[in-house]
Design a protein around this ligand. Structure first.
Ligand code: AMP
Length: 418
């Protein structure tokens, strides 16, 4: 056999059996975002490499190890977007969106690319939806973004998720904490992994993200950043917690939640689902008050999140996967004489918005019914020699088995009452 082509490692086709669920999920996201006042933004798949280097940070895993970067024909370095906050902020600055109003609220649903080791729930091309609220420095905006996310997850029927929050403070608080953390970890230097040894001098907060059991145990008695936050940072975090409680959003604080990217300030949060195993993070986000400025705009506070669609789909119970509340009709052709009537009836149903199938392979009635079943049909319509002279058809409810004879002239209104 000749070599055939396959999807590239870490990428995936979404076949019709799944795409219906994707569409439902996307429709829910669009509806909720609209209700919460967020407008959709779509940015290009590739951007200047410098955008990610400057915003995400050159020593982040994303920039140092995971980007798909290439030179185009004119020797410009381009990168397939590995995250969407930086492109959205680039668009905000480029289009002077601050002129449209004091607050800009944007959302996206798009693919991104990271060269990671593929495993369950971890792909090289994957999809996220996310929201960015740009303009407000206040805790009620952080709370709005977090509660939007939790409302969406509830609407999508995501079960067993847990919201984890923390604050990494503003730059001045973090500087003090950084020194305290280095002082605490230095005596354990020989017990740290090579990567953490390197991070100890460059970016010690990243060590808090570790998955290494030994390091986790050392960190259990590490200083807590809360003790280093200045009055304003502390007040912001207290306000956030108060508003979340007021909105009935439950949360847990994790003192080690720092997130891997350079651009966060103050609030960080994650949604996890412990039933998912190793890749248990469903969504991550936080406040990034310095990002707009960093990529060339005016100093503007912002807060947002990104949620992984593939992992959310893994978290939605199988029982929710197919949710047909509309009829799916299979018109069964029982003899050659009725074929044209079947074709016309299917055409009429489809033009009236009804999901309708019929057989173009001229198969037996038994084979057609098997196909109706495979296509999750809710009703079968039997058109045969006996029904034709009476200008009627037998309509069978495939769930209950109940069958009724209906005149062809009334059959559309049977499925689509006026
Ligand atoms: P991040 O942009 O790294 O904060 O990720 C936000 C969310 O995107 C995560 O919580 C995951 O749900 C999802 N995600 C991140 N990386 C991957 C990946 N390689 N494959 C699938 N989903 C991912």
């Amino acid at each position: 056999m000749k070599n055939s082509f396959k999807t590239i490692k870490g990428t995936k086709d979404i076949l019709p059996i799944e795409s219906q669920q994707w569409r439902e999920l996307e429709n829910n996201i669009h509806n909720i975002m609209k209700n919460w006042g967020y407008g959709e933004i779509r940015t290009p798949i590739f951007e200047s490499t410098g955008l990610f280097e400057r915003s995400v940070g050159t020593d982040s895993d994303i920039v140092s190890k995971q980007m798909y970067t290439f030179m185009d024909q004119s020797k410009t370095s381009l990168t397939l977007r590995p995250e969407l906050t930086a492109p959205v902020m680039r668009a905000y600055v480029q289009h002077n969106m601050e002129r449209e109003g004091a607050m800009t609220k944007l959302y996206y649903i798009d693919s991104l690319f990271r060269q990671e080791r593929p495993q369950a729930g971890r792909l090289r091309q994957f999809n996220q939806f996310g929201a960015e609220a740009i303009g407000s420095p206040n805790a009620e905006q952080d709370a709005e973004v977090i509660s939007l996310l939790c409302n969406l997850l509830d609407k999508l029927n995501v079960k067993n998720y847990e919201l984890v929050i923390n604050s990494i403070g503003s730059a001045s608080s973090r500087k003090l904490y950084r020194t305290a953390l280095i002082n605490f970890l230095s005596p354990f230097k020989n017990d740290l992994s090579n990567i953490s040894k390197k991070r100890l001098s460059e970016n010690p907060l990243r060590i808090l993200d570790t998955k290494d059991e030994k390091e986790i145990s050392i960190l259990s008695s590490a200083p807590d950043i809360m003790d280093f936050l200045n009055g304003e940072d502390l007040k912001h975090f207290e306000d956030l917690k108060k508003i979340l409680s007021q909105l009935g959003v439950s949360y847990k604080r994790d003192k080690n939640l720092v997130r891997g990217l350079d651009y966060y300030t103050k609030t960080t949060f994650e949604i996890i689902n412990n039933n998912l195993g190793g890749q248990n993070a469903l969504c991550g986000g936080g406040r990034y008050d310095k990002l707009v400025e960093k990529i060339g705009g005016k100093s503007t506070p912002a807060v947002g999140f990104a949620a992984g669609i593939e992992r959310i789909l893994l978290s939605i119970g199988k029982e929710n996967k197919i949710n047909h509340n509309k009829p799916i009709i299979y018109i069964v052709c029982t003899t050659n004489n009725t074929r044209n009537t079947v074709i016309n009836l299917a055409d009429k149903f489809r033009k009236n918005g009804l999901s309708t199938h019929f057989d173009t392979l001229r198969r037996s009635v038994k084979a057609q019914l098997r196909e109706a079943n495979r296509l999750f049909s809710t009703h079968a319509i039997f058109l045969g020699d006996e029904e034709l002279p009476k200008e009627s058809a037998n309509v069978k409810d495939l769930d209950s088995g109940e069958q009724v004879s209906i005149l062809l002239k009334d059959i559309l209104s049977h499925f689509k009452p006026k």
